[in-house]
Design a protein around this ligand. Structure first.
Ligand SMILES: *[C@@H]1O[C@H](CO)[C@@H](O)[C@H](O)[C@H]1NC(C)=O
Ligand SMILES: *[C@@H]1O[C@H](CO)[C@@H](O)[C@H](O)[C@H]1NC(C)=O
Ligand SMILES: *[C@@H]1O[C@H](CO)[C@@H](O)[C@H](O)[C@H]1NC(C)=O
Ligand SMILES: *[C@@H]1O[C@H](CO)[C@@H](O)[C@H](O)[C@H]1NC(C)=O
Ligand SMILES: *[C@@H]1O[C@H](CO)[C@@H](O)[C@H](O)[C@H]1NC(C)=O
Ligand SMILES: *[C@@H]1O[C@H](CO)[C@@H](O)[C@H](O)[C@H]1NC(C)=O
Length: 495
């Protein structure tokens, strides 16, 4: 008996080796290979309310592959956005030091010199540049002063246009999800059939919508043509300045002061002292600014938890009355019908996540979203606090934020129920944050070639085939041996 078991050992081993070999060959090589030399890149995302630093990394020998660049680490700069230091620019530079020191640790020392470092500022600085070009130049000079003191390869601090912000967010999302091009396990590049994903970004001071469209844009300002990996893309994009979350809240405050004297979107039982300077100093509230006001005056404002009034206050942010194109989203801005699937990130994600996980409300359909918003906006302050004990600081504004997102998507952009089914809300793809920062770096470092990558693995293909055949032969031989043993064993066991 022991002999029989022993005699089965060699073919079993052979089969095991063959099987393991085949399995190993099927695992994508990028996962099992020893890590090659890594390259790094750093982007400071200088938003209106805060700055984030992202450190990206990628294997040096594959820098033209899609989906290869990922997030190494990130750091949230303490304090406000760089535009909030307009009165004291040197502090804008100083605010970045803690994160930059962290980058010195995160990137290996021998890589410091070759690591590109970018600072991109968005709508907060666009607004500052509108009100005071000099102040915005001073802030950029101050952060440049700080950034050049580090050993990294600093490549400039710039204000992105709204169009760039939208397109780079779209590039990031589709790059991370490998929608441009994919490396198949048989060693070939192919273009995925699923098409690209539209991108929706909601920041503090602006919001962007970007998606691939088949028809030429009626307004050339909203169209961007891209060539990525040999493929041509016609992309619609628009950035709405003053439609970011913080500016919307500010505009609602101005509206509430002007027309109601109370805040219909704030919960009943909540009240706050509003500093008029805070409300009216932004260019976004210029139209509602009274002729004369004392900017250090505080006005007390109370919430009334009134979903219907809150909705009409928010609808006042959208102007549907004129459109000189065949169709518009709002404010006379051209927009083709939304097409394909979308990803909503940044504050779109945080808002939906609050409704879903904190409030426990379903938001899979527009109808559910509308009901969820009505529920949140109908909560009293104590009910809301009981539901979300850890969220105190932003809690009174979730109704307004959620109502705005719902109105923007359904009325503003024109998502109907079916199109809304194709929208996912997420902040990350894998371990990498979705936002404009990665797309910005990919573009500035030329990590996305205009032409498709050569079939580099073509030479590997022969060796790969030989190995597959070898392991398959081993497996086959083992099976034949086992079968023979089994046959020769049968008569004896029958006795
Ligand atoms: C990436 O592409 C650029 C331009 O197409 C080329 O010069 C570079 O050598 C490529 N890098 C790698 C690692 O293939
Ligand atoms: C500020 O705005 C002006 C006018 O749009 C533009 O020419 C300038 O480049 C902007 N400044 C920066 C630093 O981007
Ligand atoms: C503005 O308000 C502050 C505090 O309420 C007061 O001290 C100041 O005199 C006022 N300024 C003007 C111009 O009324
Ligand atoms: C909407 O836009 C049109 C055209 O720009 C303007 O005439 C009208 O006053 C705006 N309506 C509101 C309510 O702002
Ligand atoms: C709001 O809540 C009250 C109870 O607090 C309830 O009677 C009312 O029906 C709710 N309204 C909506 C629109 O949900
Ligand atoms: C990316 O960079 C290239 C230059 O390398 C430029 O022509 C192109 O317009 C950029 N793409 C975007 C979306 O800005």
């Amino acid at each position: 008996m022991a002999g029989k078991v022993l005699s089965l050992l060699p073919p079993s081993l052979l089969a095991a080796v063959g099987l393991v070999g085949l399995l190993l060959l099927c695992v994508p090589t990028r996962d099992v290979r020893e890590l090659p030399a890594l390259k790094y890149g750093i982007v400071l995302d200088a938003g209106s309310s805060h700055t984030s630093m992202f450190i990206y990394k990628w294997p040096a020998d594959k820098e033209n592959d899609t989906g290869i660049v990922g997030q190494h680490s990130s750091c949230d700069v303490r304090g406000g956005g760089i535009s909030s230091y307009a009165d004291n620019p040197s502090r804008a530079g100083q605010s970045l030091v803690e994160c930059l020191d962290q980058a010195l640790q995160a990137v290996p020392k021998e890589r410091h010199v070759g690591t590109p470092l970018y600072l991109g500022a968005t709508a907060g600085m666009r607004l500052l540049n509108l009100t005071s070009p000099e102040a915005s130049a001073n802030v950029l000079a101050a952060v440049t002063q700080t950034l050049t003191q580090y050993p990294f390869d600093f490549r400039g601090a710039h204000i992105l246009s709204g169009q760039d912000e939208g397109v780079f967010g779209w590039v990031t999302a589709n790059y991370l999800l490998e929608n441009f091009i994919k490396y198949g396990w048989v060693g070939r590049w192919f273009r995925p059939r699923k098409g690209t994903l539209g991108a929706m970004d909601l920041g503090g001071a602006s919001t962007q919508i970007t998606f691939e469209t088949a028809s030429p844009a009626e307004d050339p300002a909203s169209e961007v043509q891209l060539r990525l990996y040999g493929q041509h893309y016609r992309v619609y994009t628009h950035s709405f300045l003053c439609y970011g979350r913080d500016q919307v809240l500010r505009r609602l405050l101005a509206g509430a002061l002007q027309t109601h004297g109370f805040h219909p979107c704030w919960p009943r039982g909540y009240s706050n002292q509003v500093l008029l300077g805070d409300v009216y100093e932004s260019p976004c509230t210029a139209a509602q600014r009274p002729q004369a006001f004392n900017s250090s005056t505080r006005v007390s404002l109370s919430g009334t938890s009134d979903p219907a009034l809150c909705r009409s206050l928010i609808m006042g942010l959208f102007n549907f009355s004129s459109c000189r194109f065949s169709r518009c989203s709002f404010n006379g801005i051209f927009q083709p019908p939304v097409a394909g699937n979308f990803i909503g990130f940044s504050a779109f994600f945080y808002t939906m996540d609050f409704l879903r996980t904190v409030m426990g409300l379903p938001v899979a359909t527009l109808q559910q979203l509308e009901a969820a918003v009505a529920t949140v906006c109908n909560q009293t302050w104590s009910e809301l606090q009981a539901r979300a004990p850890g969220e105190r600081a932003r809690l009174p504004d979730y109704c307004a934020g959620a109502m705005f997102v719902q109105q923007l998507l359904s009325r503003g952009y024109g998502f109907h129920e079916r199109a809304f089914g194709g929208v996912t809300f997420q902040k990350k793809a894998g371990d990498t944050a979705v936002g404009w920062a990665l797309g910005y770096m990919l573009n500035l470092t030329n990590l996305i070639p205009a032409e498709p990558p050569a079939l580099r693995k073509g030479t590997d293909l022969g060796a790969w085939l030989v190995l597959v055949l070898l392991f398959a032969a081993m497996l086959l031989a083992a099976l034949v041996l086992l079968l023979r043993r089994a046959r020769s064993a049968k008569p004896s066991s029958a006795i």
